[in-house]
Design a binder for this molecule. Structure first.
Ligand SMILES: NC(=O)c1ccc[n+]([C@@H]2O[C@H](COP(=O)([O-])OP(=O)(O)OC[C@H]3O[C@@H](n4cnc5c(N)ncnc54)[C@H](OP(=O)(O)O)[C@@H]3O)[C@@H](O)[C@H]2O)c1
Length: 661
């Protein structure tokens, strides 16, 4: 749950005689940094309400309190987060009508309103968000009041552009924006949400009467495409217009496969999934379909490959925003107590992240491991917590958000204590376009640097061997890849690799500008139990073993470079914690690769030797069909089909490494 920026109030610590715990709905303590209800216990807590047994039973808890608590506790109905120094930040009342649950996710509506106002940069003076119901579905509607002197000429169009670009997770982005002259207030001067929810939604959704870009002005292609979306999404109740974003209207990667099949049926066109990810609005996808009619599959593939060619990479990787940290007098010198290190890690819930945290826990000189931008306590985070010691502290957040989704106070406090940063988290998706990966991958790197540059905290960044493709060499050395080398190849690589290269280059610029010591790690293909479900090479190897058949790789060139996840984690943790700290003003690169290097043409032989069986060679299409029958994820199948349709060879460059495994 996010905290409302309007109600973030530091409230210090418990008074003497009281203990404060933050608990979840099941009365279990929440991790540090996580929002929870304040439960007060201690000798000074009253016995209950006078003459009100039912309320006493509800609010005063005896014997069903968290394990650490043996006395009576009082549930205050107030929400707070605990900061690393033990102090509390008040979030709001638990019964607050601004906190809702939408499709199982708790959402703070005031955060969305605050984000609209902030992102509009003065155009929106006030905003409120409510959840509305249509048919069997709920969706978010934003009501906005424009500033008198900055109101846009086409308010509806302005909102259509603003809302999908809010720096919020997709599920928090309102599906509709409606301009109002003023927000309704109750007699006590508070926002009257009931009155807002009672307002009739415009019959022509999203738009004001002034707007022309309405549902009935959809082009013929858009109209037919909308039918395909409706079919894939079911009845979400969220209105679909030209500028609707598939992912903001309830779509996800798997539903995109349905859209792909629907487009094939409706238009007779096969649109590559990477292109579907890129053209995620109704209008842009309709344009893509129109331009694909009469276009060959090869032309389409070229369009996919060059989807990021319009980006100005100099601007993208510029570290000019760090100018305030270039003055030495503003930098506090980092005094690192090497006997008791505080390490901040991102991506701790992932495949490599869990291995890194496990290694860090083993080290006597690491006293605290702060896992930041943890998205979902119920999923992998719960698993991480089960395996971890009390050195591990989880902080809720998201890599795409300012301050990595933490409260500003929490982020500043945390980074003022950090001795080492390991930025390992990333959206690892080969299908998504660069534009979708910019915020979680490059944006998070910039956010980290902004938080650590003032103290020059050594920064360890997990990149990928894939950036080696941009070096334009058969053998890639352990050094940074300059913009000049990469320029001609950036449009040929997928958005994920581009986002990693952009992060590396931004870090290089940041080091030159501020002196920030940076270590870049480029792991090759990481193997081991728990590899991400969509990891391409892992799937190819696993299903090949199962089927005793390899896909035909005649257009694949170079080497498959495999390295075990625990070795990667060990190599990284050794360099980050045990080895000499990275020197100031230096950026160095380490290739975590080369444990097992298999020339692509020997892959079949390698698997035969490993398993003792003979292997068949299947066409990529034949291999995918057979693997899908055995459970290959449809997105992996779709990706393999996409690359199979490309004419040009697929390269796996050889990485030089100084690691001795
Ligand atoms: N696996 C490989 O073969 C390989 C090779 C080279 C480089 N790498 C790099 O190694 C790092 C770890 O990869 P992995 O294989 O461990 O992948 P993974 O299992 O998918 O882990 C990615 C981690 O990043 C987190 N994350 C993604 N988007 C986020 C967001 N918007 N906000 C907060 N957290 C977010 C994930 O959180 P959730 O748990 O919430 O999803 C997860 O903890 C990545 O930087 C990747 O580029 C991996």
């Amino acid at each position: 749950m996010a905290a409302s920026s309007e109600t973030r109030i530091p409230i210090g610590r418990a008074l003497p005689g009281y203990h404060v715990h933050l608990v979840d709905d099941d009365m279990q303590p929440v991790p540090l940094g996580w929002p929870g209800q304040i439960l007060v216990s201690g000798a000074a807590v009253a016995a209950g309400y006078l003459n009100n047994e039912s309320l006493t039973r509800e609010k005063f808890i005896i014997n069903r309190s968290p394990s650490s608590l043996t006395s009576r506790g009082y549930l205050t109905g107030d929400m707070a987060r605990m900061l690393t120094d033990g102090s509390l930040v008040y979030i709001g009342r638990i019964e607050s009508d601004s906190q809702i649950k939408l499709r199982g996710i708790r959402i703070e509506l005031n955060d969305i309103a605050a984000s609209i106002i902030k992102t509009s940069d003065g155009v929106v003076a006030n905003a409120a968000v409510v959840v509305r119901d249509a048919e069997q579905n709920s969706f978010l509607v934003a009501y906005v009041v424009f500033s008198a002197n900055k109101a846009p000429s086409d308010p509806a169009q302005y909102l259509e552009q603003l809302l999908p670009e809010l720096p919020l997770p997709v599920y928090m982005r309102p599906a509709q924006g409606i301009p109002l002259d003023r927000l309704p207030m109750s007699a006590s001067g508070k926002l009257d949400r009931k009155a807002l929810s009672a307002l009739e939604l415009p019959s022509n959704p999203i738009h004001t009467p002034a707007s022309k870009s309405t549902v009935d002005s959809l082009s013929q292609t858009e109209h037919r495409l909308k039918g395909v979306w409706d079919e894939a999404l079911g009845h979400t109740g969220i209105p679909i217009t030209k500028r609707s974003n598939f992912f903001a209207t309830g779509g996800n990667s798997l539903l995109l496969l349905k859209v792909q099949a629907g487009i094939l049926q409706e238009f007779g066109q096969r649109i590559a999934l990477t292109e579907l990810f890129r053209a995620s609005t109704l209008a842009s996808l309709a344009t893509t379909i129109e331009s694909s009619i009469g276009t060959t599959a090869e032309d389409m593939t070229d369009q996919v490959a060059s989807s990021s060619s319009s980006i100005n990479w100099l601007v993208e990787t510029d570290a000019g925003d760090l100018s305030e940290w270039t003055k030495p007098q503003q930098m506090a010198i980092l005094t690192r107590n090497t006997a008791s290190l505080t390490v901040v890690v991102s991506g701790a819930t992932g495949f490599l992240g869990r291995a890194i945290v496990n290694q860090l826990q083993e080290l006597g000189n690491v006293s605290q491991i702060h896992c930041v931008a943890v998205r979902n306590l119920e999923s992998d985070a719960a698993r991480l917590l089960e395996q971890s010691t009390d050195k591990v502290v989880l902080h809720a957040g998201d890599l795409s958000l300012p301050f990595l989704g933490m409260l500003e106070e929490e982020a500043r406090l945390l980074f003022s204590e950090a001795d080492v940063i390991i930025h390992n988290g990333a959206d690892v998706s080969f299908m998504k376009p660069y534009e979708s990966l910019r915020a979680p991958n490059l944006g998070s790197t910039k956010e980290f640097v902004r938080l650590v540059a003032p103290r020059q905290v050594p920064f360890h960044f997990v990149s990928t061997a894939g950036v080696g493709l941009l070096a334009g060499k058969d053998v890639v050395e352990e050094c940074t890849i300059s913009s000049t080398d990469a320029a001609s190849s950036l449009s040929q690589v997928d958005g994920y690799i581009a986002s990693k290269w952009a992060s590396e280059t931004y870090l290089e610029n940041a080091t030159h500008r501020t002196g920030l010591p940076v270590q870049i790690y480029r792991p090759s293909s990481i193997t081991g139990d728990g590899a991400p479900a969509l990891d391409i090479l892992h799937n190819v190897l696993q299903f090949s073993r199962q089927m005793r058949a390899v896909p035909e790789m005649t257009r694949w060139r170079g080497h498959l470079d495999l390295v075990d996840v625990h070795l990667v984690a060990r190599g990284l943790v050794h360099r980050a914690i045990i080895a000499e700290p990275v020197e100031e003003s230096r950026i160095t690169v380490l290739h975590l690769s080369g444990e097992q290097v298999i020339p692509v043409e020997d892959a079949k032989q390698y698997l035969e030797k490993e398993t003792g069986y003979r292997f068949r060679i299947l066409s990529i299409e034949g291999w995918v069909v057979e693997a899908e029958r055995l459970g290959l994820h449809p997105l992996v199948g779709a990706y393999l089909r996409t690359i199979a349709s490309r004419e040009e060879p697929i390269y796996f460059p050889r990485l030089q490494t100084s690691m001795k495994w």
